[in-house]
Design a protein around this ligand. Structure first.
Ligand SMILES: Nc1ncnc2c1ncn2[C@@H]1O[C@H](COP(=O)(O)OP(=O)(O)OP(=O)(O)O)[C@@H](O)[C@H]1O
Ligand SMILES: [Mg+2]
Length: 363
């Protein structure tokens, strides 16, 4: 069942579009992430759902309530939308204790004192901050402050959680820890969540589904696996995944009744639909989908090792073949050295084919 429906919503600032006729259905209980580069319209979209930003056109529905409709002339102000919001900055009140920061919103709702105290303690338990209710924000680490912001959102029991880059000002270790916390919390509460990040790794880690945006437009919506393995266009393919996906321009040809993809001096036998034969197109292959050996293997491609970057759990290897660069990723440490001769092969069923002109996925 859909919880949030955005129908053709648009927003411009002084005539410059920030979000262009975006249509999106977000399911009840889903963790949906808006992912895209800086300025693509993620925050604007979130703020329109929250009512913190005026929407120019289209319709926004949450549950059975219309929050905004241009055609029907409807608009519900933010305070009547019953939404929880976490901004990029923690936005805790510095002169109030943790308890007060969390209880303030509940006091405004005229809930009785005992119930508020219980709710505060419960919310702090959920983010593992029990016992810190009398501290001031300045007496907490960045990660703890961010947890208080999460606790505050949880305590007010909104119908939807909206989070705008909530982890971006935490250091790398804390960020990874907080991801696990957020994911566990979502599992526990099952609240419909719209999450904004420009970090593809964070999006892949947390989400049930991801919306990739660019220049105010939706490029692809899908599960993390769909987005990663079947990127709808080259923009998505390049934006998601680290190290970046390999991209080869080339042509499909038939040789002795066999199908090949040719790119420079690379000639790779492939099994693809015959309607895509004799076509110029672009092929992508993820770094971990290229096999490598230090012995000659028939039909594998001979290359020179350009660099080897071990990182403990994985090693990134760059190879060159007649001026063409390819990046590979293998598990653990590698036995390869710069200038070694190696033989590589693409994992055929993980090659994706894109239209040369539109950059859209063909198959
Ligand atoms: N108040 C504003 N006035 C004018 N232009 C704005 C305003 N807010 C946003 N914009 C513009 O709208 C576009 C979308 O901005 P938005 O903040 O939604 O991007 P974003 O995807 O959240 O980016 P980031 O990852 O940097 O936070 C940008 O080009 C931005 O400059
Ligand atoms: Mg933003």
């Amino acid at each position: 069942m859909d919880k949030i429906v955005l129908s053709n919503i648009s927003k411009s600032y002084s005539g410059i579009p920030a979000v262009r006729t975006l249509t999106l259905n977000i399911r009840e209980g889903e963790f949906l992430t808006l992912l895209g580069p800086s300025g693509c319209g993620k925050t604007t979209t979130l703020r329109m759902i929250a009512g913190l930003e005026d929407t120019d056109s289209g319709e926004i529905t949450v549950g059975d309530q219309i929050f905004f409709s241009q055609s029907k002339g409807l608009y519900v102000p933010p305070e009547k939308r019953d939404l929880g919001f976490i901004f990029q900055s923690y936005a805790l009140w510095p002169h109030m204790t943790v308890r007060k920061n969390i209880s303030l919103g509940l006091e405004e709702k005229k809930i009785d004192k005992d119930k508020i105290e219980k709710t505060v303690i419960n919310a702090l338990k959920k983010v593992q901050l029990e016992g810190l209710e009398d501290r001031y924000p300045s007496e907490l680490s960045g990660g703890q402050q961010q947890r208080v912001a999460v606790a505050r959102m949880v305590a007010s029991e909104p119908q939807i959680f909206l989070m705008d880059e909530p982890l971006s000002n935490l250091d790398a270790m804390l960020r990874i820890g907080m991801r696990a916390e957020l994911k566990h919390l979502h599992h526990e509460l099952g609240a419909t969540t719209v999450y904004v990040t420009h970090d593809q790794n964070e999006a892949l880690t947390l989400s049930d589904r991801i919306v990739v945006m660019e220049s105010g437009e939706l490029r692809q919506i899908g599960t993390p696996e769909e987005i990663y393995k079947k990127s709808a266009d080259l923009f998505v393919a390049k934006f998601v995944g680290s190290p970046q996906i390999n991209i080869l321009k080339g042509r499909t040809v038939i040789d002795n009744d066999e199908f090949f993809f040719i790119s420079g001096t690379i000639k790779k036998k492939v099994s693809i639909p015959s309607e895509y034969m004799n076509m110029d197109l672009t092929v992508t292959i993820r770094p971990e989908e290229i096999k490598i050996k230090n012995e000659k293997e028939s039909n594998w491609l001979e290359c020179d090792v350009y660099s080897v970057l071990p990182a403990g759990s994985e090693t990134i290897i760059a190879v060159k073949k007649d001026g063409m660069d390819l990046t590979l990723k293998i598990n653990g440490f590698a036995d390869y050295k710069i200038d070694d001769k190696v033989w590589i092969d693409f994992n055929q069923d993980q090659m994706n084919y894109y239209d040369l002109e539109t950059a859209k996925l063909l198959f």
